[in-house]
Write a protein that binds this ligand. Structure first.
Ligand code: HEC
Length: 186
């Protein structure tokens, strides 16, 4: 009994420290996502209040990349947003991100809540290891003006003009709109 416990401890020790490293990285990723989401949401809500959703399109267009750039500059992480159906083609997922987004859809279909759904993995590309982390973004009521099925015609034509390849429509509240995607070189 005693021998067995000692052996279990030895085996458990390295696994525990690996888990700590992972949860530390996940905490960093969460903090950045929170900053990103709250800054963007604040900009979005005040732009909609000031001039309606059409006015707020410019906010999404200009502020989202600006917030991404400033958070990426002030941390060890690259941060962005992606989706299986993008509005801005430069947000298209790479192969790893696409698999994670498909996994989120499968988990949602199996009954898991979208809020807080995440996936992390250490990935090696061309000999460079990186910690990659994604968190699903639920579609809320406020998103539907620009990502729903019933877009105001003036708003739709403003979006069409800015994003001729737009696919990010037809969502309902509760759908997975996309995900935050973060990468930290190790
Ligand atoms: C005022 C219109 C508007 C509203 C409201 C809006 N979005 Fe968007 N959304 C946009 C635009 C425009 C882009 C493209 C931004 C860019 O060029 O990077 C975008 C891009 C995105 C992306 C990046 C992936 C992609 O499709 O290119 C995500 C994720 C996203 N929106 C989620 C949301 C969520 C979640 C909400 C609600 C909380 C929301 N949006 C509300 C207009 C809007």
């Amino acid at each position: 009994m005693t021998l067995y416990s000692a052996a279990a401890l030895i085996i458990a020790a390295p696994a525990l420290s690996a888990a700590e490293t992972t949860s530390g990285a996940n905490d960093e990723a969460h903090a950045l996502i929170q900053q990103y989401a709250s800054s963007l949401q604040a900009e979005l809500v005040s732009a909609i209040k000031a001039g309606g959703p059409t006015n707020a399109i410019a906010v999404c267009q200009e502020k989202a990349p600006a917030i991404e750039a400033s958070l990426s500059e002030s941390s060890d992480w690259q941060i962005g947003r992606t989706s299986l159906k993008t509005r801005n083609a430069s947000n298209k997922p790479d192969a790893w991100e696409k698999r994670a987004l498909e996994q989120f859809e499968a988990r949602k279909a199996a009954g898991q809540p979208v809020k807080g759904m995440s996936y992390a993995e250490v990935v090696e590309t061309d000999g460079q290891k990186a910690y990659r982390y994604m968190m699903a973004i639920p579609t809320q009521e406020v998103c539907l003006a620009c990502h729903g099925s019933d877009l105001d015609p003036e708003l739709a034509s403003t979006i069409d003009a800015a994003y001729p390849e737009d696919q990010a429509r037809g969502y309902s509240a509760g759908d997975i709109r996309g995900a935050f995607t973060l990468t930290k070189p190790l």
